[in-house]
Structure formats: C-alpha cells, structure tokens
Design a protein around this ligand. Structure first.
Ligand SMILES: C[S@@+](CC[C@H](N)C(=O)[O-])C[C@H]1O[C@@H](n2cnc3c(N)ncnc32)[C@H](O)[C@@H]1O
Length: 251
C-alpha cells in the first residue's frame, strides 16, 4: 500500500533491505553524544515511538526512562535487525504517512535520520503530531544541508550517488518550515557539528565498491561545491556534518 502511494518508498525499501546489517553496525553509536534524552524532556515511564526507527539505535537511547518503545518503519528487514539487537522494542512495519496508531496515544514521537529519505515530509510529521498526546512532544533529528541553494544542490547530487533512496538535502530553515506546516510549534532547537571520515561514512561493510568509487570521484571533482569542507587526509577525506535537533509541541 505504502509503495503505491509513494513510488519513492520502493527505493527506500530496496536500499535498506540490502544494507540493514551493515547499517546497524556502522551507526551503532552515532547518537550517543547528542544528549537526546535530556533534550527530549523525557519523563519516567513515557511511551516513545520513532518513525523510521530502522535498526533501533536511536530509539534504544530511551530504554532506561521510557515505559514502552515503539519502532515504526517502512523496511521490514531493518526492524528485524532492530528487534534482534534491542529486545525491548515493539516493532511495526508501516509508512510514516499512515501510522497504525490511535490519535493522541504517544508521549514522545521521534524521527531520526529519516526525513531526508522522504520526498513529502509534511504529511509524515502531521501524522506524528496526530498520534502525540496533547502534552506530548515531537522530536526530529536529521542531517543538514547549507542554506545556500547551490551548495545544498551539490550536496544532494553527492548524497543520491551514495544512496539512491536519499530524497532531499534540506537546510535548517526547511526543517523549521516542515514542522510549522504540520501544525507544530518549536519548543527547542540545537545544531551539532561532527568531523566525519569518508571511509567511515561510506563503510565498505555497507556500501558496494563501485558506489564508493563513484562518490570518491564526485568529491575529488566537486566536493568543494557542497559547503561541507572536504579535505584530503592521505587516502581518505575528512569533512563536517551537521545535525539539527528540533523539539516541538502542538501549536
Ligand atoms: C537512515 S535510516 C535511520 C534509522 C534510524 N532512525 C537511525 O537513525 O539509526 C532511515 C530509515 O527510515 C525509514 N523510512 C524511510 N521512509 C519512510 C517512511 N515513509 N515511513 C517509514 N519509514 C521510512 C527507512 O526504511 C530506514 O529504516
């Protein structure tokens, strides 16, 4: 159903079914230093759900304080790996644009690193709002593109070569606009920068060799256009990634 409603979902499923095991390994600790639990204002025993939860690395951060963790994702293979790694998680395969949840039943509705795989994020964030309790929060974490259109455009070209299921490279202003368009008001915002090595970002355990070579060639020719500060380090590249954390409540 979800695939017919949004053709891009087919690309997402194909990519993440292929990559699930490698993805889980590469990204296991990528959120550990973000201070997400404190930022989310989690209270003991709250119900936490994540749209695009994948292999559960983000959702598992809430294990200590939450009463229930619900992983929602389009790709069954990602959830299967997530269940194996984090046995406390309840997992449901679904499209974020049609969540199989009642209105106002979740305290904290998250989405980490998933909106950039969605061409139409507003209906998904509106669904997150629908299932959030009146006193609930919506938390969005995602990677950022520069505000300058030419740089965001070059970064998008690079990202699609790396992962064909990449749908959009959005600057902070676009995330704020999405949240407001979904009927939410921003409660807090944080941006985190992180030095990243190309060899870790395009880890051979997850990505096919020919794709790695294609992206390497793009960076050598046009990496400077992306605003990500690519610098050579012997055989590798180092660059700066930025993530936005947006906490919102019903407007
Ligand atoms: C980059 S992974 C992020 C996984 C996890 N949140 C993390 O950060 O480790 C993106 C996930 O979003 C899921 N996804 C993409 N579009 C979706 C949609 N429309 N509805 C539900 N899940 C979606 C993909 O299947 C994939 O598991």
């Amino acid at each position: 159903m979800s695939t017919e409603a949004e053709p891009h979902n087919r690309l997402v499923k194909d990519e993440f079914e292929r990559a699930a095991e490698g993805f889980a390994e590469r990204t296991a600790h990528r959120f550990d230093a973000l201070g997400v639990v404190e930022f989310s204002r989690l209270e003991q025993g709250e119900v936490v759900a994540e749209v695009g939860a994948g292999t559960g690395n983000f959702l598992a951060l809430f294990e200590k304080g939450a009463g229930l963790l619900v992983a929602l994702d389009l790709t069954p293979g990602m959830l299967q790996v997530g269940r194996r790694k984090h046995s406390v998680i309840e997992a449901v395969a679904c499209d974020g644009a049609a969540l199989p949840l009642r209105d106002r039943c979740i305290d904290l509705v998250c989405s980490a690193q998933a909106l950039h795989h969605m061409k139409k994020p507003v209906p998904v964030v509106a669904e997150m709002r629908r299932v959030a309790r009146d006193s609930g929060r919506v938390l969005i974490v995602d990677q950022l593109a520069p505000e300058r259109y030419e740089q965001a455009r070059a970064l998008y070209e690079l990202e699609v070569l790396r992962d064909p299921s990449h749908a959009a490279s959005r600057p902070a202003s676009a995330f704020r606009t999405i949240v407001l368009a979904a009927g939410l008001a921003i409660l807090d915002e944080r941006t985190v920068s992180q030095q990243t090595r190309f060899s870790e970002w395009m880890w051979p355990g997850e990505f096919p060799e020919e794709r790695i070579e294609t992206v390497r060639a793009f960076i050598a020719a046009r990496g400077h256009e992306t605003g990500k500060g690519f610098e050579r380090d012997d055989d590798d590249w180092v660059f700066t990634r930025q993530r936005i954390m947006l906490l919102a409540g019903r407007a």
